[in-house]
Write a protein that binds this ligand. Structure first.
Ligand code: GTP
Ligand code: MG
Length: 438
């Protein structure tokens, strides 16, 4: 993404009793377009006033001055009061973002489609509003609102945005309904950011042609419009947080069936789901899907993996996704030896009973993953007997196109066709066969 010219940051982390790890907050800060010039950490309980202890705040201030940083990025959620107190203690004009605000900055930067832009702005204002309300001093209030928008202005803008979003057509939903009618199965890839969802989509997709998009206005008549992700999708997938900010859908063929596979916005550790949810179409996609592949990064430590899988399953459940529709894929097994993998399986055993270990990068165990997905797709079988005529050939070709043809035998008088696929598709083929026979 574009780097904010000259924007620099110092990251700051605190933990009560463990070594303080700043990797993630660094990655987030970089994802928001800042160059990280330093890190300040503290291992002690949070100070209710300034979050960090007094001496540490002084250190932080010195570091900001030395590095001429524009921003202090704090690896946690700060109360409005803490944000204000920190700002007061730092050199003039230094912005203070907690991780939530940082994520909002990333989204604001990357959102390209109209819908995503509105959702991002709405999420930011909803984040700001309670913070503004809690501020009692008028001066602080004015300073904390970007560009001096008064409190009421923020409320009005929220209402305005909500109305605009309601009025905006929802191309993804409409598109989904159409595609279902055409006999497509819908599969959604979900999971934390950086788990490998987009890489998996690449692997599963039939070709590099995009077939419809989520938030960005929907496909044209042929479902082949370019998506903002198009350029980056063909490039190597980079190791960067929030690579995907809008849903992308590609056609895939799984077990002979026509599948629309949708990539989604990744979850983020320690963020309230509501935040990410509010500006992604992601979860509504998951709820509408026939199967959801929950992609997890198995190179995470077992407790972290467990936590992420638990949260993700919980979020999906909250969206009305049936547990039986979820396939859990433990990705990046190329980074693990057998013992390490066994530990990961053990860590999620009671949450995800039958996870599929895969390496999307190396292509390991794809057959099992495809099979696990197919198992979750609604399926019906039919044996059809058709008169051997031109129309029958049309029907056979439709069957190949939309379902899995298990066998086809051409006799002198009749054609016998054994087919398996989406119930509505099989139903239609059966009706067509019946009509031919009359
Ligand atoms: N070692 C290894 N790396 C992988 C594998 N699959 C994906 N990756 C890497 O993991 C990183 C993240 O992959 P993405 O596909 O962008 O992850 P994502 O889940 O789409 O992330 P967001 O779009 O941010 O939600 C990239 O650097 C991939 O190359 C794998 O099987 N093994
Ligand atoms: Mg992605």
């Amino acid at each position: 993404m574009r780097r904010r010219t000259g924007s620099t940051a110092v990251v700051a982390g605190r933990a009560a009793d463990r070594p303080v790890d700043t990797d993630e907050i660094r990655a987030l800060t970089e994802a928001a377009g800042y160059e990280v010039r330093g890190a300040v950490t503290q291992a002690r309980a949070a100070d209710p006033g300034t979050y960090f202890g007094r001496g540490k705040v002084a250190d932080l201030s010195t570091r900001v001055a030395e590095t001429d940083a524009d921003l202090v990025a704090v690896d946690n959620e700060l109360t409005p009061r803490q944000t204000a107190a920190l700002r007061d203690a730092l050199p003039e004009e230094t912005a203070v973002f907690d991780r939530y605000r940082l994520v909002l900055a990333v989204f604001a930067d990357r959102a390209s489609a109209r819908r995503a832009q509105l959702q991002t702005e709405l999420a930011r204002l909803r984040y700001d509003l309670p913070r503004l309300k809690e501020r009692s001093d008028v001066q602080g209030l004015n300073r904390s609102v970007e560009k001096g928008t008064p409190l009421n202005g923020v409320k009005n803008r929220i209402t305005d945005l909500e109305r605009k979003l309601d009025d905006l057509p929802h191309p993804a939903e409409q598109h989904r309904a159409e595609r279902r009618e055409q006999g497509f199965d819908l599969v959604t890839l979900a999971g934390y950011t950086n788990a490998g969802k987009s890489t998996l989509l690449h692997r599963l997709a039939d070709d590099l042609t995009l077939d419809g998009t989520g938030g960005s206005g929907g496909p044209g008549p042929h479902g082949r419009d370019a998506h903002p992700d198009a350029a980056t999708e063909t490039a190597a997938v980079r190791d960067r947080l929030f690579e995907t900010l809008e849903t992308t859908t590609r056609r895939a063929t799984i077990d002979g069936r026509r599948v629309l596979c949708t990539d989604t916005v990744g979850f983020v550790a320690d963020l309230p789901h509501g935040l990410v949810e509010s500006f992604s179409e992601t979860l509504s996609d998951a709820a509408a899907a026939d199967a959801v592949v929950l992609v997890a990064d198995a190179s995470d430590s077992p407790p972290e993996l467990r936590e992420k899988v638990a949260v993700a399953l919980d979020v999906l459940d909250g969206q009305g996704v049936d547990e039986s529709a979820v396939v859990t894929a433990l990705n990046k097994t190329d980074l693990l030896d057998d013992d390490a993998l066994a530990e990961r399986r053990e860590a999620v055993a009671d949450l995800a009973p039958d996870p599929v270990p895969v390496s999307v990068r190396a292509g390991t165990n794809f057959d099992r993953l495809r099979a696990a997905v197919t198992e979750r797709l609604p399926t019906e079988r039919a044996e059809l007997r058709l008169p051997n005529c031109d129309e029958a050939m049309g029907l056979v070709s439709r069957a190949y196109d939309r379902a899995a043809v298990e066998s086809v035998e051409y006799g002198a008088e009749t054609v016998s066709l054994s087919v398996r696929g989406r119930p509505s598709v099989v139903e239609q083929l059966r009706a067509d066969a019946h009509a031919l026979g009359e």
